[in-house]
Design a protein around this ligand. Structure first.
Ligand SMILES: *[C@@H]1O[C@H](CO)[C@@H](O)[C@H](O)[C@H]1NC(C)=O
Ligand SMILES: *[C@@H]1O[C@H](CO)[C@@H](O)[C@H](O)[C@H]1NC(C)=O
Ligand SMILES: *[C@@H]1O[C@H](CO)[C@@H](O)[C@H](O)[C@H]1NC(C)=O
Length: 307
């Protein structure tokens, strides 16, 4: 039985070898913001997604948990654009498909971008300090019918490969990187077998109730900076949540990474189906003088803001 399942998993992996995934787009208050497409890196000039060299849509392995590649995927480099959001907003994250066999947790972290004048656009990724805002608990939903059971990634697949993320209500205004990550455990019984798929996008948290894009200097508190951790310290190869055989009956699952922030407002599994629809193409912003923003359009118009 276990053997057959493993074989199934490896067949599924094989057929999906060229088609793991990346974030296609995000929907925030009905507005659609495009992610980074590793297959057509220049197609979207105002993508809010960090660029990567993961042209295979592949993953980072546990051996690389202390390498900068785990921060925002392989050779991750910041996007100029930020999606405007408000504290407490819900963000629907659309992945470009997900293989059924790739079971595991769905995790989200936030880091403020400190000491820059352009928000997260020139931030040093090694200095980012991450706070976990969603751990997809419960990750392992049930094992009716036997292992490997139903996981958070199955919830994602059932919602057309989307995950609904709730931002904390008390998020300070300013620039943040959202690090959203799927961890696939189908080979995690083997050494270095877990697969991390981290994706980073830039957010600009607006002042509540304000129509202006400007944040007062005094409001640019670097929220969460003190309690956050560098991404290179999030996981260890020996963590029980990444060195695990999901084809045996599990009584519990230890979610990898730090504990969830007390302010976190994850969307519970039954509410993951409350999907957003796209009402318009969103216009991301670029951050100027640390505290204000200007719109960043796609295509030629964007050149005016590249400065
Ligand atoms: C870390 O990732 C790089 C690719 O970015 C790869 O060449 C290297 O083999 C990896 N190291 C380990 C130990 O997995
Ligand atoms: C499902 O996701 C795809 C992108 O992978 C998107 O094009 C499509 O519109 C989505 N369908 C629904 C019903 O949201
Ligand atoms: C920002 O600057 C402050 C004061 O110099 C420093 O303590 C902090 O580590 C810096 N943060 C980043 C992310 O560079």
């Amino acid at each position: 039985m276990v053997r057959a399942l493993r074989l199934l998993a490896s067949c599924a992996l094989f057929s999906q070898a060229l088609a793991h995934s990346h974030i296609l787009y995000l929907i925030i208050n009905g507005q659609q913001y495009r992610g980074f497409n590793p297959h057509a890196p220049d197609a979207i000039t105002n993508s809010i997604g960090w660029s990567t060299s993961a042209v295979d849509d592949g993953f980072v392995t546990p051996f690389n948990y202390s390498s900068p590649d785990i921060i925002c995927h392989r050779d991750g480099k910041p996007a100029k654009a930020h999606a405007p959001v408000k504290a407490g907003d819900k963000i629907q994250i659309q992945w470009n498909g997900w293989p059924q066999s790739h079971k595991g947790p769905v995790l989200s972290y936030l880091s403020p971008c400190a000491n820059t004048t352009d928000g997260c656009a020139s931030v040093d990724k090694r200095k980012l300090s991450w706070t976990k805002i969603d751990d997809s608990s419960p990750v392992l939903l049930d094992e009716k019918g036997g292992p490997p059971g139903r996981w958070a990634t199955d919830v994602l697949i059932a919602q057309n490969n989307t995950w609904l993320l709730g931002l904390p209500n008390d998020l300070e205004p300013g620039p943040y990187v959202l690090r959203h990550e799927l961890i696939a455990l189908h080979y995690a019984n083997l050494k270095n077998g877990a697969q991390n798929y981290p994706q980073c996008v830039n957010l600009w948290v607006e002042v509540p109730g304000s129509k202006t894009a400007t944040v007062g200097k005094e409001e640019l508190v670097v929220a969460g900076q003190k309690e956050g951790v560098p991404a290179t310290a999030l996981y260890k190869a020996t963590d029980p949540g990444v060195a695990i055989d999901i084809y045996t009956t599990l009584s519990t699952y230890v979610i990898p990474g730090p504990t969830l922030a007390p302010e976190a407002k994850p969307v519970p599994v039954p509410e993951q189906g409350l999907k957003s629809t796209i009402t318009a193409v969103g216009t991301p912003v670029v951050v100027t003088r640390a505290t204000s923003t200007v719109p960043m359009l796609n295509g030629k118009t964007a050149a005016a803001f590249k400065g």
